[in-house]
Design a protein around this ligand. Structure first.
Ligand code: COA
Length: 163
């Protein structure tokens, strides 16, 4: 059984993340979307529970997705979940440096390979922080996040700006 992990902080989940999840889900029997609770990225826009629910909602038509939160090193979580593969995406050459180091370190520590998906060019300039900035500037987010969650992400960005 091919079981893979796609990790990220997903604050918020974007159309780019959804594209990778959809494409990766076709290549494995089970895909764990690992929601990293990363203290380096706090304060967050959305709570872990909000993000988990949103990912579940936007992937509800995919039968082999499970969303699980984790803390600590991603590789330890991958081993705990007994996955065979880590999935990451490359949006541009600038992602490569960090990804190369991370994939090498993770392989040394666990023997696990990382499989890279090229981001669809439509989404290659999107990041969660960009989406947060656009929302907090009062612009709607239809081009950046799945339609089912746009309203909530937009309002969370607005609230964050006010508080
Ligand atoms: N489409 C849209 N956006 C994408 C994307 C895609 N295909 N791929 C990446 N991004 C965005 C993300 O939204 C994120 O945006 P942000 O920085 O504005 O929040 C940015 O690109 C970086 O993404 P990513 O590299 O996946 O960072 P991350 O923080 O979301 O998750 C983890 C990376 C999971 C490795 C990290 O947070 C973590 O958990 N680390 C734990 C410690 C660890 O294991 N470190 C590695 C040691 S070897």
């Amino acid at each position: 059984m091919r079981k893979a992990l796609f990790p990220g902080t997903f604050d918020p989940p974007t159309l780019g993340h959804l594209d990778i999840i959809q494409r990766a889900s076709l290549l494995c029997d089970e895909l764990i979307v690992g929601l990293a609770l990363n203290p380096e990225k706090d304060p967050s826009l959305l709570s872990a529970e909000e993000r988990r629910k949103m990912i579940e909602e936007i992937t509800h038509d995919l039968p082999n997705i499970t969303v699980v939160t984790f803390t600590g090193l991603m590789v330890d979580f991958a081993l705990e979940q007994q996955v065979n593969l880590i999935i990451r995406s490359l949006r541009a050459a600038s992602d490569l440096e960090f990804e190369f180091s991370m994939a090498s370190a993770n392989r040394k520590m666990s023997g696990l390979e990382t499989l890279f998906f090229m981001a669809d060019e439509k989404y290659s300039r999107i990041s969660s922080s960009l989406v947060r900035q656009i929302g907090s500037g009062g612009h709607r987010l239809y081009d950046f996040v799945p339609s089912q969650i746009e309203e909530r992400v937009f309002h969370a960005s607005q609230k964050k700006r006010i508080s």
